[in-house]
Design a protein around this ligand. Structure first.
Ligand code: SF4
Length: 485
């Protein structure tokens, strides 16, 4: 499609709105060129009035508005485009033209101005055309996470430890994670574990004498339980030895996939102090598990869950994904219902993200535009919202990603008091994160200015191992930052 801009260059936001309706389309942008019109064109114009004309599917729709202050023009044009594209396609994305990844921040700002649930909806609808369901979801999330945010000590940090290995690669995955099926990846693991332990020890040295304390630990992946019990034990013992974790309020290990979980690994995790684990079925439909390349069944997941309970884990999260290939609305409802009946402390509902690196994106027929804008996935997440809130799981963190099916969201639901602190703090960018391991991203927040500085470790384990010295040069800046706190 070609988007023409006349007297403006609001490309970024206009493209984001177009992608709500045409997610797989590529766009050509023409600035102040001759507008030709015709099928597959959009004109965004600022003159003596604002106007948007979209021509698609044999329909031509124009919206016009008075010329407003310059600061309001971009959003006004986005609303006009949203309205025109809704009329052409018959699709009304529930988040409206709100394209940011942290909608709860906007709700928090409105609540602090004294807005209640209805007022929040009125303001968001007027400004972004947001639907009632998404406004309520954001509002409830803001209310649930407030005590978690209020309990944050500004001198605290969270420690993130990355284990970028998985048993096999799921077809929808776009993370940097290596299947340990390959000999190369398997052979890297011992070296990786050693290097990770060195980085943890180095961080421990940096932290000595600093006015900062560890509040939460999160060992994530990949699938940390791709490692052996001995390797997990080594990493967790190194954390304990290097970093003072006597004040932590939460210690999560993302156990991940049922095909990696064994009793000895769970015991190693438990005995080293983890207070929360995540066991993630993604779906309880065996045919869907096969379709996405996961080599375990729903029954295996249930066995792992029961095993974890027997071993004393009393805070278990389970992840699901709405919109997986071959899944149906009925299948997804069944997944949610079965998980609720198992009574985990939290259930996270992601929406499938189709990124370019995922195999799925390259091959699956099902990912035509019709599928991406179809409202089946929207009904899935709405069902989850209704069923979970009826069963005392409240939304407590919420974020959106680009290229998500139906432009939908990811939501963590938890029983009261079981909200993951780490998830809230990272999503709201409220706490310093010190990260170790390949793909780890350290985030330092200047308490006075709110400015966030990020330092990245190399993404791939082989780079992380071979270029460790070069990569960790930034640690001196971390040390300086912590010294000045
Ligand atoms: S388990 Fe998670 S990180 Fe690993 S391949 Fe599957 S989606 Fe990717």
């Amino acid at each position: 499609m070609t988007v023409f801009f006349c007297n403006n260059s609001y490309k970024y936001e206009i493209e984001a709105v177009m992608k709500l309706f045409c997610p797989l389309e590529s766009f050509e942008f023409v600035f102040d060129g001759a507008y030709t019109g015709g099928e597959g064109t959009v004109l965004v114009s600022v003159a003596d009035k604002l106007s948007v004309t979209a021509e698609l599917h044999g329909k031509k729709v124009t919206r016009e508005a008075v010329l407003c202050a310059e600061a309001d023009r971009e959003l006004t044009l986005c609303r006009m485009l949203y309205s025109a594209m809704s009329e052409i396609t018959g699709v009304t994305p529930e988040w409206g033209c709100l394209t940011g990844i942290r909608p709860v921040k906007k709700v928090n700002a409105l609540i602090s101005q004294g807005c209640d649930r209805d007022m929040v909806y009125e303001r968001l609808h007027e400004k972004y055309c947001i639907g009632r369901n998404k406004s309520d979801l954001s509002y409830l999330t803001a209310v649930t996470q407030k005590p978690v945010l209020d309990s944050l000590d500004p001198k605290s940090f969270s420690l993130y430890v990355a284990i970028p290995f998985c048993p096999t690669r799921c077809s929808y995955c776009s993370f940097v994670s290596h299947s340990i099926r390959s000999k190369g990846a398997r052979e890297l693991i011992p070296q990786y574990v050693d290097m990770l332990c060195s980085e943890l020890s180095q961080l421990g040295e940096i932290l000595k004498g600093k006015n900062a304390f560890c509040d939460t630990v999160y060992i994530g992946g990949g699938t940390p339980t791709s490692l052996s019990a001995v390797q997990l034990d080594k990493i967790m013992k190194t954390i304990k030895k290097s970093i003072d974790i006597s004040r932590i309020r939460e210690y999560t290990v993302e156990a991940g996939r049922a095909d990696t979980i064994t009793e000895d690994k769970l015991k190693a995790i438990r005995d080293n102090g983890a207070t929360r684990i995540s066991i993630n079925p993604q779906t309880m439909q065996d045919s869907v598990l096969t379709a996405i390349g996961r080599q375990h069944t729903a029954a295996q997941f249930e066995e792992c869950f029961a095993l974890a309970r027997r071993l004393g884990f009393d805070n278990i999260n389970t992840d699901t994904i709405a919109g997986l290939p071959t899944d149906t609305l009925e299948g997804f409802k069944d997944t949610i219902d079965r998980l609720i009946s198992m009574d985990p402390e939290s259930i996270t509902v992601h929406t499938l993200t189709v990124k370019r690196s995922a195999e799925l994106f390259k091959s699956a027929e099902s990912f035509r535009e019709g599928y991406l804008t179809d409202n089946t996935v929207s009904r899935m997440v709405d069902y989850a919202f209704g069923a979970l809130t009826e069963n005392e799981y409240m939304p407590y963190y919420l974020y959106r990603q680009k290229n998500t099916v139906g432009n939908l969201e990811n939501v963590g639901y938890a029983k009261k008091g079981k909200e993951s602190l780490y998830n809230v703090y990272i999503m709201e960018e409220a706490q310093n994160i010190l990260a170790c391991g390949a793909s780890g991203s350290t985030k330092l927040i200047d308490r006075e200015t709110g400015k966030i500085t990020r330092h990245f470790n190399y993404k791939f384990p082989y780079e992380y191992i071979s270029r460790y010295e070069k990569m960790t040069a930034y640690k001196t800046e971390v040390e300086k930052f912590l010294s000045e706190q």
